[in-house]
Design a protein around this ligand. Sequence first.
Ligand code: FAD
Ligand code: FES
Ligand code: MG
Length: 282
Amino acid sequence: MNEIVEKKVWWQDAPAIKEFEVKAPWIAEKHQAGQFVVLKVSENGERIPLTVSDKDVKKGTINILFQEVGATTMTLGRLSKGDKILDLTGPLGKPTHIEKFGTVVCIGGGIGVAPVHPIAQAFKAAGNKVISILGARTKGILIYEERMRKTSDEVRITTDDGSYGRHGFVTDELKAMIESGMKIDLVVTIGPAIMMKMVCKVTEPYKIHTYASLNTIMLDGTGMCGACRVTVGGKTKFVCVDGPEFDGHQVNFDEMMARLRQYLDEEKLAREICQKNTCGVR
Ligand code: FAD
Ligand code: FES
Ligand code: MG
């Protein structure tokens, strides 16, 4: 059982965005950039993966930031400071391959900005110039801007509605940077699958190596169930143990997106039940 020591509500309207700081000394100590945890909120609930977005090794805490998109994240969001998360396993997944590449562009879309944060920190610590592109639908739901400014040499922002930064998508900013002649040695992208696919389409003709951190459906998180199967370079890979990061130019995003949609009816039903009752919490 892991205690929630802080709770922050980033965005109240549905789907809400919330962040917990959770007591997990062992995970805080062992965690490396790019890794995630798998958690369970209630005895009969499902297991879901969430990325460690920050940590404080001295306090023995990790941060998880999540959007309430369905039954489990909504149930999780009902927990308060002082409550305990039933099961929390991690750190899971392979850490990001960090070395000095030169200029690294870290792209986070929506809540994908949070998982990109420790990766940007690690690339900066390894001596890279880090340029971050943060994308949001609108200014109010932009998360982690302050943290990303601390860890990046430069931060560029895009909003779909033009309320802050460039009016457009992260790919518009990336394209402009490449077309201006900027030398980019590596791109890292985390966000909705369609955004990562489009980022990879932008970088591929320029042969800019691109890491995409995949967010497939996961159950056990240890390579046994096959739920997180993806095709990368024509080969089957399990995101939980072979990833979550892969060479984005090799990922079959269309197959991945189809697999992400395979339980929509069940997820809708679970969400409706959850909205009517307490989903096993309180
Ligand atoms: P549901 O209504 O059950 O599902 C909503 C959508 O989420 C589904 O259509 C499906 O596409 C996806 N999904 C459903 N079940 C799972 C599952 N067991 N595992 C993964 N995806 C699922 N989200 C965050 O908000 N913050 C994060 O830091 C974050 N990190 C992630 C890291 C990894 C490695 C992966 C694989 C996913 C991450 N996600 C993160 C996505 C998060 O796990 C899903 O949003 C969550 O599982 C949805 O569960 P739900 O019951 O609330 O919604
Ligand atoms: Fe089961 Fe990856 S989540 S194999
Ligand atoms: Mg669910």
